[in-house]
Write a protein that binds this ligand. Structure first.
Ligand SMILES: [Zn+2]
Length: 222
């Protein structure tokens, strides 16, 4: 069975790598290892090049199981013009560094925002989230809407926490992956910065999606 080693888990700041082609499909190739984060769960895919050929999207088949355990060896498909590739070929590849960094900053900020929203008495559940290079959006189910005043104080709390230069670590325990920062620990498989100071100042905005869903969007101020 084909497997792709996820290089981005241990080296989220790396941007270039060498790999071997292990499958050539009609419009995609699979590598034995990759720095390209695939579209999965709540994070968008990386863009970049393999042997100078543009990668237009990246995907992985996510295993469905109840315990939130992901397979960390599933083959990752890189969508490219496949005409110049063959199985066994060695390639050199690079991801878009600026986009990776923006995504890591926004995604790390999303954990901090979630931490503070979970402490609100009106918090019920997280209903989904997605991060790309522009913004992170997360839907929170609340018993009462987050008012403009609450949002402003939330933004202040979040920016305070970020400015405290808190270290972020990414750890695996019993086959599950966690984002950890001070005493906050959350299940996650995404890519993150290693210290909150890298996030910089963020801006929060809110959209009421109805049925108690408050969508909070995070954008970077610099
Ligand atoms: Zn995360």
């Amino acid at each position: 069975m084909l497997q792709t080693k996820r290089l981005f888990d241990d080296a989220p700041y790396d941007c270039t790598f060498n790999a071997n082609v292990i499958e050539v499909g009609e419009d995609y190739i699979v590598l034995d290892k990759t720095l390209f984060y695939p579209l999965s769960g709540n994070q968008n895919y990386d863009t970049g090049e393999i042997n100078g050929i543009a990668v237009t999207s990246v995907s992985v088949e996510e295993e469905q199981n109840e315990s939130n355990k992901l397979s960390f060896t599933s083959p990752i498909k890189h969508y490219v013009d496949t005409s110049g590739f063959e199985v066994g070929q060695q390639v050199i590849a690079s991801i878009n560094e600026e986009n990776r960094l923006r995504t890591m900053r926004l995604h790390s900020a999303s954990h901090v925002v979630e931490y503070f929203i979970r402490q609100m008495s009106s918090f019920l559940s997280v209903e989904g989230s997605f991060v790309n290079i522009e913004k992170d959006r997360t839907d929170y189910k609340m018993s009462e809407s987050i008012t403009a005043e609450l949002l402003a104080s939330l933004e202040e709390q979040v920016n305070n926490f970020i400015s405290q230069e808190n270290e972020i670590i990414f750890m695996t325990e019993d086959g599950l992956r966690y984002w950890q920062c001070r005493d906050i620990k959350m299940l996650c498989c995404g890519t993150h910065v290693s210290n909150t100071k890298e996030i910089g100042k963020v801006k929060l905005s809110r959209k009421n999606k109805g049925k108690g869903i408050n969508r909070i969007e995070i954008t970077l101020m610099d």
